[in-house]
Design a protein around this ligand. Structure first.
Ligand code: F3S
Length: 295
């Protein structure tokens, strides 16, 4: 019989849940007004598909929207995007995660106070683009400490990080730079949800025989979770839905671990748990049948 354990922190984070609630509310209250999200609301194809059924469309840029409501997703956007949307006469619902807003605010503050401001993050990630935009492009994005080698560090230096970066890697960069500069001001803008999720997934993967990591293949945080679990040596499967599970994977396994990315809805997690329960029922039936045959 399979023992199924779900990781402590799995599924929607606070910021994503808040954004989804805001979108559903907007769609429910404005049946006759087109509702758009600027880019997919979250990196989960099943959720995006469900939203489409509720008449929430995805626009990849403002130029695709003539009128209606525009929803800013949890990653946030640069202030100039908000200004353009306002100028077009669109109604804006800003679902930027408050933690991301903080990162934007502190980056702006550092620039205003005259710090050479660095953003530790992935330059192509929408959140980082939004933080960079909030400094009016007066900051520098770095992806690792080597990037600092070619930078002018003679001024006072300020730092913020993309909310989903790992605390260790940020600590590493800060300790690297601290002896290179005269003055350093750091805002720790990392959201600990990611860290807690990753460490509880790792702990669980170490205890079980097989791990399922549920979430969009296009979701960076889900992919990272799968990498962390794989690194423990436990067979790990990154799946989007329960349908992808091949029952032979469970042969000889007793303990099943489940975790999910920050953009994975509860119903996708429940489907996997349900499948495990069905598997258990079938195993029980097979066992009873075998026992009967033996008698
Ligand atoms: Fe916000 Fe943290 Fe989620 S920054 S969107 S609560 S991962």
């Amino acid at each position: 019989i399979l023992e199924v354990i779900t990781s402590e922190e799995a599924g929607f984070c606070f910021g994503v849940e808040r954004a989804i609630d805001m979108v559903l509310e907007a769609a429910g209250q404005n049946e006759n007004t087109p509702v758009y999200t600027l880019g997919p609301l979250i990196h989960n194809p099943q959720v995006v598909e469900n939203l489409e059924k509720k008449n929430v469309k995805v626009a990849s840029s403002l130029s695709e929207i003539e009128s209606g409501i525009i929803i800013i997703r949890s990653h946030g956007v640069a202030p100039e995007v908000l200004d353009k949307a306002k100028a077009k006469g669109l109604k804006i619902i800003d679902a930027t995660c408050p933690f991301v807003k903080n990162a934007q605010k502190y980056a702006r503050k550092l620039v205003d106070e005259g710090y050479q401001t660095f953003i530790y993050g992935d330059k192509d990630h929408p959140e980082v683009k939004g933080i960079y935009g909030s400094t009016e492009k007066k900051s520098i994005i770095i992806k690792d400490k080597e990037d600092l080698d070619r930078k002018d560090l003679s001024k006072k230096v300020g730092f913020v990080a993309q909310t989903t970066k790992s605390p260790e890697s940020f600590r590493d960069i800060i300790s690297y730079i601290i002896t290179e500069v005269k003055e350093l001001k750091v805002y720790n803008t990392i959201c600990n949800t990611t860290d807690v999720r990753q460490s509880s997934a790792k702990k669980l993967a170490e205890e079980v025989d097989i791990m399922f990591v549920i979430g969009g293949r296009n979701s960076a945080n889900t992919t990272r979770l799968a990498e962390i679990c794989t690194a423990t040596g436990t067979p790990t499967y990154h799946i989007e839905t329960a349908n992808e599970i091949n029952r032979t994977w469970l042969n000889g396994k007793n303990k099943v671990g489940i975790t999910a990315g920050a953009s994975t809805p509860d119903w996708l997690i429940r489907e996997v748990i349900q499948l495990m329960n069905e598997e258990n029922k079938e195993m029980k039936i097979e066992k009873t049948e075998n026992e009967n045959v033996e008698e």
